[in-house]
Design a protein. Structure first.
Length: 178
C-alpha cells in the first residue's frame, strides 16, 4: 500500500507499464542547492564552479574581469538548465504515460547541455592556469579567452568580438602605414 505522504507515487499505464512519479519537482531537481546560495553571497560563478571565483580574483585585474565574465555566463547557462528540467518534469508529471518519450528526449538534451558546461569549466580552468603561469602572455590569454567566449556566448562573446575588432583595426592600421 503506498504511503499517502510519500515523495513518490506510481501510475499504471494502459500498456501495463508502471511509472514512478515524484509528487514535488523540488525532490527531483531542487533549486535551492547550497552552491547556489554560495553564488548569491560569493559572486558570479560560484554555483557552477565552486572555488574558481576566488581563484579568478587573484589573477591580474584584466584577466580576472574576463574570467569572472565567463564564470557568470556559465552560471547563467547552469541555472537555465535547471529551470528547463523542472519545466520538462512538470509536463511529464501531468501525464507520465503519454509524456515519457517527451521527457526522455528533453533529458537527453539537458544531459548534452550539461556536458557542454563541463567542457567550458575545464576550458576556464585551463585559462586560469595559463593566466597564473604566464601572466605576461596577453596574446595567448586573449586567444584562449576568445575561443571560450565565442562558445559560451552572452557578454563574454560580445567582449571577444570587440577584441577581434580592435585587433583587426590594429592590423589594418599597420598595413596602411606600410
Amino acid at each position: 500500500m503506498p504511503w499517502p505522504w510519500g515523495k513518490t507515487y506510481t501510475v499504471r499505464c494502459k500498456d501495463g507499464s508502471v511509472k514512478t512519479v515524484y509528487r514535488n519537482v523540488e525532490d527531483v531537481y531542487p533549486l535551492s542547492i547550497k552552491e547556489w546560495q554560495a553564488s548569491l553571497s560569493g559572486g558570479a560563478g560560484a554555483s557552477s564552479m565552486p572555488g574558481l571565483g576566488k581563484i579568478a580574483s587573484q589573477l591580474k585585474a584584466g584577466y580576472a574581469t574576463k574570467v569572472k565574465g565567463l564564470l557568470f555566463e556559465i552560471d547563467e547557462h547552469t541555472k537555465a538548465i535547471m529551470i528547463n528540467f523542472r519545466g520538462v518534469y512538470l509536463a511529464f508529471q501531468t501525464d507520465p504515460c503519454s509524456n515519457q518519450a517527451f521527457f526522455l528526449r528533453h533529458v537527453e538534451k539537458i544531459v548534452s547541455e550539461e556536458q557542454q558546461i563541463s567542457r567550458w569549466q575545464v576550458q576556464v580552468r585551463a585559462l586560469i592556469e595559463l593566466a597564473r603561469s604566464r601572466p605576461d602572455d596577453v596574446e595567448q590569454f586573449l586567444a584562449v579567452f576568445k575561443e571560450i567566449a565565442g562558445s559560451v556566448g552572452g557578454a563574454p562573446a560580445v567582449e571577444a568580438a570587440s577584441i577581434e575588432i580592435a585587433e583587426a583595426r590594429q592590423l589594418a592600421d599597420g598595413w596602411s602605414k606600410q
